[in-house]
Design a protein around this ligand. Structure first.
Ligand code: SF4
Ligand code: SF4
Length: 299
């Protein structure tokens, strides 16, 4: 079976324990304003155009069957609406100014790549991580890869934003050693404003996973002015201490590094005016978690 994937990253050390291979799957049902992977929003393949790398040579315009690009004295003008995503221009461009994001890949082929690093996983306690986007949106494809991983004795991690059907979690739970579960905001309306969806289903799914005995590490991206207030962290701690066994929380400090990706995809960059977290802020938020009995520390 095939699915839509935008990257397979070997030797990853931030997506679960040990050395891992992370499979980034395309498609997400949230639109978090701070997202650093906007190429994951759309479930289908896309074309990025990086104007800073373009030398206006016109090679792309020459091969475009849709006349979506026109070469002129001021460079190449691209009309995205005319683009049929044939990706001929990607091969034609010698400067990597045109980049394809996302491909339909076979689950067995991906897992062949993942299996190559088995000795590293064994020595480091690592394995495979499925991330995105939202990997659970491609549930059948994900299931196939998880089964292959488990047949080969591999440690498995699924990173999720939780906004999928309860059934999807039920189908994978027996094959997942650790869920990296992203939480953003506890207030329902604030959550809707900055992610485009309510957090009801997300919190329900987290509680259900907990009750079902899943191993869960909650991860919270901390975004200045969006969710870095004490009130939100206190509400998060109160919610988590009410669960049976979720006690591990990792705070992920915001880094503004995705501007070029938004530009490449022709999207407005919602992060352009975001500031960095003030010094000491993360420690103060960890302290709130610790006071509530959470194991609030990196990793
Ligand atoms: S992907 Fe194909 S249709 Fe789109 S701009 Fe490139 S060559 Fe033209
Ligand atoms: S082929 Fe590449 S460098 Fe040349 S005009 Fe097209 S995008 Fe620019």
């Amino acid at each position: 079976m095939t699915g839509s994937v935008f990257d397979v990253q070997r030797f990853s050390i931030h997506d679960g324990p040990g050395i891992r291979t992370t499979v980034f799957m395309k498609g997400c049902s949230l639109r978090c304003q701070w997202c650093h992977n906007p190429e994951s929003f759309n479930g289908k393949a896309e074309l990025e155009y990086f104007t800073g790398k373009c030398t206006s040579c016109g090679r792309c315009a020459a091969v475009c069957p849709e006349k979506a690009m026109v070469a002129g004295p001021e460079g190449v003008r691209w009309t995205r609406e005319l683009c049929a995503l044939c990706f001929s221009c990607v091969d034609a461009c010698l400067n990597e100014a045109r980049v394809r994001v996302g491909e339909e890949k076979d689950s067995a082929d991906i897992m062949k790549t993942v299996l190559r690093d088995m000795p590293f996983y064994k020595n480091s306690g690592g394995g495979v991580t499925f991330s995105g986007g939202e990997p659970l949106l491609q549930i059948d494809f994900l299931l196939e890869m998880l089964k292959i991983a488990k047949d080969n004795g591999m440690h498995t991690v699924v990173e999720t934003a939780g906004n999928v059907s309860e059934k999807s979690f039920e189908r994978v739970i027996g094959l997942v050693d650790l869920f990296l579960f992203d939480l953003k905001l506890m207030d329902r309306e604030r959550h809707r404003t900055v992610t485009s969806v309510s957090n009801e289903r997300i919190l329900d799914n987290l509680q259900r996973l907990d009750k079902a005995g899943a191993e869960i590490l909650v991860r919270i991206p901390v975004i200045p002015g969006m969710n870095d207030d004490d009130e939100n962290m206190e509400a998060t701690a109160a919610f988590l201490t009410g669960t049976t066994s979720i006690r591990r929380v990792e705070l992920l400090p915001y880094h503004n590094m995705a501007g070029h990706k938004y530009a490449g995809l022709g999207l407005e960059n919602p992060t352009k005016d975001f500031s960095m977290l003030p010094t000491g802020k993360l420690d103060a938020l960890y302290e709130i978690l610790r006071r509530s009995g959470m194991n609030g520390s990196p990793g």
